[in-house]
Design a protein around this ligand. Structure first.
Ligand SMILES: C[S@@+](CC[C@H](N)C(=O)[O-])C[C@H]1O[C@@H](n2cnc3c(N)ncnc32)[C@H](O)[C@@H]1O
Length: 258
């Protein structure tokens, strides 16, 4: 059992000293590490935190990622940047691309205003199931919808957002991009083509330096002060304090230069 090799099957922290997996995880084509850690995380969260305790669930996920097995969550350090961006935007309708196990969705739900709704898109059905379990356990499933799909699937997911989740011109206040790095810019263009953003909408993008999204960074720098106003947050890769990373927080200005 791969999960047993990680020490996950017999419970944690009962096994005593735990391995720390500090190297950056490269997810497989299902968006998982391939050793069962995401399912183990869900079991751990459900077993060790009280139902409905959002703070405890977030803390348990961070603890698991630091002490047991690295997770490709936004993490606590970059998560604080995300929290601050959500708080200051006071959004009503939010979109996340890349749910994974639901960690950033939990953080967003914790700080978004009452009445706000987040839709999080995940291409991997197994990850979406894990995230949904954790979100339900944390008591935020009414405010966070997880959709299995991707914006480049020929229009099906875009249509679902329009028809079932109220996405309409000017209706999207906040987006968090944390999915396939080669998809950031094309998916942002898809969102722009739908007209969902309004002047003042905020787009936050993770992992701009590590593993890196150079086309997205170039795009935001090229349109600085015209189409977008971007703040570059210099920070670190999740769950360690050595490797640098960059998070972009971009306000849509809505003025097309041409
Ligand atoms: C870095 S993880 C997201 C972490 C999550 N935002 C968090 O902080 O808790 C990236 C996730 O994006 C998913 N993904 C990759 N490409 C995608 C796409 N084009 N659309 C939606 N999800 C995608 C992967 O399956 C993976 O679960």
């Amino acid at each position: 059992m791969r999960s047993a090799r990680l020490g996950l099957a017999k419970g944690w922290p009962a096994r005593g000293s735990l391995p720390r997996v500090l190297r950056r995880l490269t997810p497989n084509s299902f968006g998982q590490a391939g050793d069962g850690r995401e399912r183990a995380l869900a079991r751990h969260v459900l077993a060790t935190t009280p139902s409905g305790d959002l703070d405890a669930v977030i803390a348990a996920i961070d603890e698991f990622a630091y002490q047991k097995a690295h997770l490709i969550n936004v993490g606590d350090e970059k998560g604080a940047i995300l929290d601050a961006a959500v708080r200051s935007a006071e959004p009503r309708r939010l979109l996340e691309l890349g749910t994974y196990c639901g960690y950033s969705a939990l953080r967003i739900a914790r700080v978004m205003p009452p009445g706000a709704r987040l839709v999080s898109i995940e291409r991997g059905a197994a990850n979406a199931r894990i995230a949904s379990r954790i979100l339900r356990h944390a008591g935020v499933a009414q405010r966070v919808g997880v959709v299995v799909g991707r914006l480049d699937d020929g229009g099906a997911t875009l249509a679902r957002l329009r028809e079932r989740h109220g996405f309409a011109p000017g209706a999207l206040d906040f987006a968090f991009l944390d999915h396939g790095k080669e998809e950031y810019l094309p998916d942002l263009e898809r969102i722009l083509a739908q007209g969902w953003l309004r002047p003042g909408s905020i787009v936050v993008a993770d992992n701009i330096e590590n593993p890196g999204v150079p086309d997205y960074l170039r795009y935001m720098r090229r349109h600085q002060g015209t189409l977008w106003r971007t703040t570059e947050h210099h920070t670190h890769v999740e769950y360690q304090h050595q490797l640098p990373d960059l998070v972009l927080e971009s306000e849509y200005l809505g003025i097309r230069p041409d």
